[in-house]
Ligand binder design. Structure first.
Ligand SMILES: Nc1ncnc2c1ncn2[C@@H]1O[C@H](COP(=O)(O)OP(=O)(O)OP(=O)(O)O)[C@@H](O)[C@H]1O
Length: 781
C-alpha cells in the first residue's frame, strides 16, 4: 500500500486578505455538488497566471474543513488497524505557518482539538470497548514517548529540560533495521486525562519561537509515539501510532530571522531537504536512499516502516507562499508513490503455549529461533528485541517466542500488498501454528532494503535447484554465507525496485501534469553515477566535518555541495521552482557569486518572479564566513573539473547551461579563466609567485598535494567511475580503467587522496603521477 497523502488548505488568518488567495481545492470529477470529496489542489503557474497547475492527492481538505472532519476521514478509520497490530504513522508536512501544529495538536477547546488528542481519545475508547467485549480477558495498556529533534539532536520531551545533555539522545539501528532512540523515557497513560496532563506539560518543553511568519513557530520536529499493548492470556500484541509534527521549511528572506533562528532554520531546512531527497530517491527507485543524512529521516524511515503511513500536507492559500507551496506540492505528490508494506506486528507469548514443548513428539512443531519484534521503536519500549536478554526490573519477564505464520506474510514486497482483511484472516487461521524451519526460510517476511543482520543461527533454505545441489546444500547447513544472503537481498531489492518503477510509471501516466512543465528527463546512467559519486563525496565530507566539529555544526560545508547538486537534479527534472529554491539555499555559502546569482535570476525570470529583494543581499549565517573562500573553491571547482574532463555526450545531458555557469563561477572566485589552475590553497599561493616559479611548483604539487587542482581533478575523475573519462587519463588504457572502476565499484570505495589511489591494485605511484602530469599538461585545471 502506498503512503496516503492528503492536503489541507488552511483558512485565511485575520490579517490576511481574500484577494491574495491562489490555492484552491478541486475535484477531478465535474459533479462536485454531490458532496464528492476534493482530491486536487489547483494553483496558478507563477509565470503565467492564466494557467493552473493541478496536483492530485488521496484527499484534499479546504479551509472550511473542521478538525473533527479531518480526523474522521483520515485517522479514525485506521484505529481499527492499529488494534489489529499494524503500526500507524501520521505526519504533517508543510511550510512554516501553514497549520501543521494546528492540525496535529490543535487548540484546547473541544472542537479545536487536533489529530493527536483525538487519536488518544479514540485509542482509549476502543481499548475500553475491547476489554468490555472480551469480559476483561484482553487488557490494553497505553504508553507514550514523546521527543523532539532540534538542530538535529534528539531530546526527550517527557523529561525536564534541565536533564538534557548538549548532545541529546543517540540513535541506534536495531537488528531489525529500525532506528531506536537510546534512553528515551516511556510513560504509562491510563486515560485521556493522564494523556492531557503529560502532553500539555511535555509541549512546554518543546522549542517554539516567534518568527515573522508565525508567532508560535515550531523550531523542532516533534514525534509522539503511542504504544498500544494488548494482552490476552499469554499472547501479547504491540502496535504503535506515531504522530509527527514536522517543523516547517522557511524562506529566510521572508522570516527576517536573527542569528539563533537562522541556525535553527538551517537545521530545519536541511532535514526537510533530506526528506525531500529521500522521497525523490524512493520514488525514482534508487538503490541508495539518503535516510542517514538527517536524524529526522532516519527516525521517520519513510517507506522502510511497515504499517500505514498518512502524510498531511499543510498549505497556506496565499500568494506570498506561492513558490514554497509549489515546492511542497511537488514533494508530496512524489510521496504518493512510496510503498509501505502493510504488515501486522507479530503476536508474542509471555509463555510458550502448551504443545510447543513437545516439538520432539509426533505432531510437534519445530521450534523457531527467537526473533526480535518488528515494532520496536525505542530501547526502553520494552520490546522483545531490546529486552530479551535483560528485562527491566519493573516489567514482567517475558519468555518471548515468536509465532508467525510466514505464509500469510510471504507476499513479496514487490507485489501489491494483499488486502488487510485477507491478510488478517489468513493469519488468524494459522496464528497458532509454527512453520517448519524450511518453510520459514523460503517464505520469510519480505526482506527490507536495509542490510540484514546476519545471524549465525539463521537458517535460510533455498529452493532446490537439483537433487545434487539440494544434497550439497544440506551438507552445507546449518548456515549459508553472508555473500549468499547479500545476493538474495539484492535480488529481492531488484524485484521491489522493478515493481516500484512500474507503479511509478503507471502513476505518472495517470497523474495530471503541470502545463508547460517539460517532460521529466531521465538522468542517464553515466550522469547518475557521477551524481552518486558526488553524494558519496558529500557524505564523506560530512563525516570528516562531524568528527572535527561535532555533529551540531549547523553549517557544514558539504551543505553547499548538496544544495547545488540537488538544484541541478531538480533542474534536470524540469522542476524549476525546486531548483530555484535550492540555489537560493546554496547562496548563503557563496555570497556575491555572480554566476550563482545569475542562475537564480534566470530561474526567477523563467518563473516570472519579481525579486522583492536582491539575492545579493543574502547574508551568510554567522560562523560560516571564515570558511567561505574554501567552500567556493571546493564546490564550484568540483563541477567545473568534472565537467571539463567528462565532456562526452552523456555529460552534455546534465551540464547544459550549468557547465558554463559553473566555469564562470570558478573564474569569478579569483583565478583568471585559462590560467585558473590555482584555485586550491596551494594554487592561490602559487599565483602570488612569479609565473616561472609557480609553474615549477605546480609541477611538484601535482603529485604531492591532494588539494592541488590537478590532484582534485584526478580524484574526481576516478571517483566518477566513468570509464570513458578514466581511459583518457595519461597512462591509462581500457583495461586499467575498467579494473579501477570495477575495484572501486565492488567496494563502494571513494578515493580521498593520492596516497589512497596509489594503493589501489594495479595503480602504483608512477601511474598516478603520470595521470596528474597529463592533466596538468592538458591545462584542464
Ligand atoms: N485549519 C485552521 N483553522 C484555523 N486556524 C488555523 C488553521 N490552520 C492553521 N491555523 C492558524 O494558523 C497559524 C499557523 O498555524 P501553525 O502554528 O499550526 O503552523 P505550522 O505549520 O505549525 O507552523 P510552524 O512550522 O512555524 O510551526 C496559527 O495561528 C493557527 O491557529
Amino acid at each position: 500500500m502506498s503512503v496516503r497523502v492528503v492536503a489541507r488548505i488552511r483558512p485565511l488568518l485575520e490579517k490576511e486578505l481574500e484577494k491574495d488567495v491562489i490555492v484552491h481545492a478541486a475535484s477531478n470529477s465535474s459533479n462536485n455538488e454531490n458532496g464528492k470529496p476534493y482530491n486536487m489542489v489547483k494553483i496558478p503557474n507563477p509565470k503565467n497566471e492564466a494557467e493552473e497547475f493541478s496536483f492530485a492527492f488521496n484527499g484534499v481538505y479546504d479551509h472550511a474543513t473542521t478538525q473533527e472532519a479531518l480526523f474522521s476521514a483520515e485517522v479514525n478509520p485506521h484505529l481499527k488497524s492499529l488494534f489489529q497490530g499494524l503500526d500507524v504513522t501520521i505526519f504533517a508536512y508543510g511550510v512554516t505557518g501553514t497549520g501543521k501544529t494546528h492540525t496535529m495538536r490543535g487548540g484546547l477547546k473541544l472542537a479545536d482539538r487536533g489529530v493527536i488528542p483525538r487519536l488518544l481519545s479514540g485509542v482509549f475508547r476502543r481499548a475500553k470497548k475491547l476489554t468490555k467485549d472480551t469480559d476483561g480477558e484482553t487488557d490494553v495498556a497505553v504508553t507514550l514517548s514523546y521527543y523532539e529533534i532540534y538542530n538535529d539532536k534528539v531530546f526527550d520531551l517527557l523529561e525536564p529540560v534541565e536533564k538534557r545533555t548538549p548532545a541529546g539522545l543517540p540513535l541506534r539501528e536495531a537488528a531489525n533495521g529500525r532506528t531506536q532512540v537510546v534512553g528515551l523515557s516511556e510513560r504509562a497513560c491510563g486515560d485521556l486525562r493522564d494523556f492531557e496532563r503529560l502532553y500539555i506539560e511535555a509541549n512546554t518543553n518543546r522549542v517554539t519561537a516567534a518568527t515573522k511568519l508565525n508567532a508560535l513557530s515550531s523550531r523542532s520536529h516533534a514525534i509522539l509515539r503511542v504504544k498500544v499493548t494488548q494482552t490476552t492470556g499469554d499472547a501479547v500484541r504491540e502496535s504503535t501510532a506515531s504522530a509527527i509534527d514536522l517543523a516547517g521549511s522557511e524562506d529566510n528572506r521572508r522570516t527576517e530571522n536573527g542569528k539563533e533562528r537562522l541556525v535553527e532554520s538551517a537545521a530545519i531546512n536541511k532535514s526537510l531537504f533530506v526528506l525531500s531527497q529521500c522521497i525523490d530517491a524512493i520514488s525514482r527507485g534508487d538503490r541508495r536512499i539518503p535516510f542517514r543524512e538527517s536524524k529526522m529521516t532516519r527516525i521517520l524511515s519513510l517507506g522502510q516502516n511497515s504499517g500505514i503511513t498518512i502524510m498531511i500536507l499543510n498549505l497556506a492559500p496565499l500568494r506570498s507562499y506561492h513558490l514554497d507551496t509549489l515546492s511542497s506540492l511537488n514533494v508530496s505528490s512524489r510521496a504518493k508513490r512510496i510503498e509501505v508494506r502493510e504488515i501486522e506486528n507479530e503476536v508474542v507469548f509471555k509463555q510458550p503455549p502448551r504443545g510447543a514443548h513437545s516439538s520432539g513428539g509426533a505432531g510437534g512443531v519445530a521450534r523457531q529461533p527467537l526473533r526480535p519484534l518488528a515494532n520496536s521503536h525505542n530501547i526502553t519500549a520494552g520490546t522483545a528485541a531490546a529486552n530479551a536478554s535483560k528485562p527491566p526490573a519493573d516489567r514482567p519477564v517475558k519468555a518471548f517466542n515468536v509465532y508467525t505464520d510466514h505464509r500469510s506474510k510471504a507476499a513479496p514486497a514487490s507485489a501489491p500488498a494483499s488486502s488487510r482483511s485477507a491478510n488478517t484472516s489468513a493469519k488468524r487461521a494459522s496464528s497458532s501454528k509454527r512453520p517448519s524451519e524450511s518453510d520459514g526460510g523460503s517464505n520469510s517476511r519480505p526482506t527490507k532494503i536495509t542490510r540484514p543482520a546476519v545471524s549465525t543461527t539463521t537458517r535460510i533454505a533455498k529452493p532446490p535447484s537439483s537433487h545434487q545441489s539440494q544434497k550439497k546444500e544440506q551438507q552445507q547447513q546449518p548456515s549459508i554465507s553472508a555473500a549468499d544472503i547479500e545476493a538474495m537481498v539484492e535480488k529481492k531489492v531488484q524485484e521491489i525496485l522493478a515493481s516500484r518503477a512500474a507503479a511509478a510509471a503507471a502513476e505518472q501516466e495517470q497523474q495530471p501534469v503541470m502545463p508547460h512543465s517539460p517532460p521529466r528527463a531521465e538522468i542517464n546512467e553515466a550522469v547518475q553515477r557521477r551524481l552518486e559519486a558526488l553524494e558519496r563525496r558529500i557524505e564523506d565530507h560530512d563525516r570528516k566535518n562531524s568528527s572535527r566539529d561535532g555533529e551540531s555544526a549547523p553549517a557544514r560545508s558539504s551543505d553547499s555541495l548538496r544544495y547545488l547538486l540537488q538544484a541541478r537534479q531538480h533542474k534536470e527534472r524540469g522542476d524549476d521552482a525546486g531548483a530555484l529554491r535550492l540555489y537560493e539555499m546554496a547562496l548563503p555559502f557563496f555570497p556575491g557569486q555572480a554566476k550563482l546569482m545569475g542562475k537564480i535570476e534566470k530561474l526567477r525570470a523563467k518563473l516570472g518572479i519579481v525579486a522583492a529583494d536582491s539575492v545579493a543581499e543574502k547574508k551568510l549565517p554567522s560562523g560560516r564566513a571564515a570558511a567561505r573562500g574554501q567552500r567556493n573553491d571546493d564546490s564550484f571547482c568540483y563541477y567545473r573539473d568534472t565537467n571539463t574532463d567528462n565532456n562526452d555526450d552523456a555529460d552534455a545531458d546534465i551540464d547544459d547551461d550549468d557547465e558554463d555557469d559553473d566555469r564562470h563561477t570558478c573564474a569569478s572566485s579569483g583565478s583568471p579563466r585559462g590560467k585558473g589552475k590555482a584555485r586550491g590553497r596551494a594554487g592561490r599561493k602559487e599565483m602570488k609567485s612569479s609565473p616561472v616559479k609557480a609553474k615549477a611548483k605546480a609541477k611538484t604539487s601535482v603529485v604531492d598535494d591532494d588539494d592541488a587542482p590537478t590532484a582534485r581533478a584526478l580524484l574526481d575523475i576516478v571517483n566518477s567511475l566513468d570509464v570513458s573519462a578514466i581511459i583518457r587519463l595519461q597512462g591509462f588504457g581500457p583495461k586499467k580503467a575498467r579494473d579501477l572502476v570495477d575495484h572501486l565499484d565492488s567496494r563502494g570505495e571513494v578515493i580521498e587522496n593520492l596516497a589512497q589511489l596509489r594503493m589501489v591494485p594495479g595503480m602504483g605511484g608512477r601511474a598516478v603521477d603520470r595521470a596528474c602530469e597529463g592533466l596538468a599538461a592538458a591545462g584542464c585545471c
